[in-house]
Design a protein around this ligand. Structure first.
Ligand code: AR6
Length: 173
């Protein structure tokens, strides 16, 4: 079994190698997790994002992720993941799987051992709760991520309950 933890709270406050942001393609901040991370990280993070190459204003595609420094956060890196806007994709699941895989692959490439993740696409981007949890936890359970300690930071008790149920159904204790 891989190392997956569920925590109630704000992932911008985590002390880990990489903090994952639920970003949009511009990578210049926003609301939700993105707002909390940029507020806590400060101007160094925004400058690092701004310095990345943009094509038509987009620095990251849907289903992709990019890595930067972490500014004032207690982490070495921020990994900016762009999940699907649920209603705008014919197959949002494929895009969400890809966003998580790109995120975890970047973490491993950069020798990270610990990573703090949010529920990507399950806020403004409108992904249904159970499906979002199933995709996230299934990707994180793949054998190639067995060396990573993955902590999901969830916002409330209801979410925690749903995610715990899915984790149990995947055979975790
Ligand atoms: N820590 C952990 N979870 C949080 C936090 C936090 N600080 N704040 C919100 N959540 P969202 P998305 C929960 O909307 O759906 C932004 O404007 C929240 O309750 O942050 O991928 C970006 O710039 C929800 O369950 O991300 C994009 O435009 C989950 O985190 C867009 O939103 C994700 O909600 C991305 O939307």
């Amino acid at each position: 079994m891989n190392s997956i933890h569920l925590i109630k709270g704000d992932n911008a406050k985590a002390k880990v190698d990489a903090i994952v942001n639920a970003a949009n393609p511009k990578l210049l901040g926003g609301g939700g997790v993105d707002g909390a991370i940029h507020r806590a990280a400060g101007s160094e993070l925004l400058a690092a994002c701004f310095a990345m190459e943009a094509i038509n204003g987009r620095r990251c595609g849907y289903g992709d992720a990019k890595i930067t420094c972490a500014g004032n956060l207690e982490a070495r890196f921020v990994i900016h993941a762009v999940g699907p806007i649920y209603s705008k994709f014919a197959e949002p699941q494929k895009v969400l799987v890809s966003a998580y895989k790109r995120t975890l692959d970047l973490a491993i490439e950069h020798q990270c051992k610990t990573i703090a993740l949010p529920a990507i696409s399950f806020g403004v981007y409108g992904y249904p709760a159970r499906e979002a949890a199933t995709v996230a936890l299934s990707v994180c359970s793949q054998p190639e991520y067995s060396e990573l300690e993955m902590s999901f930071y969830l916002f409330d008790e209801e979410m925690l309950h749903i995610w715990q149920g899915i984790l149990d159904s995947l055979g975790y204790e």
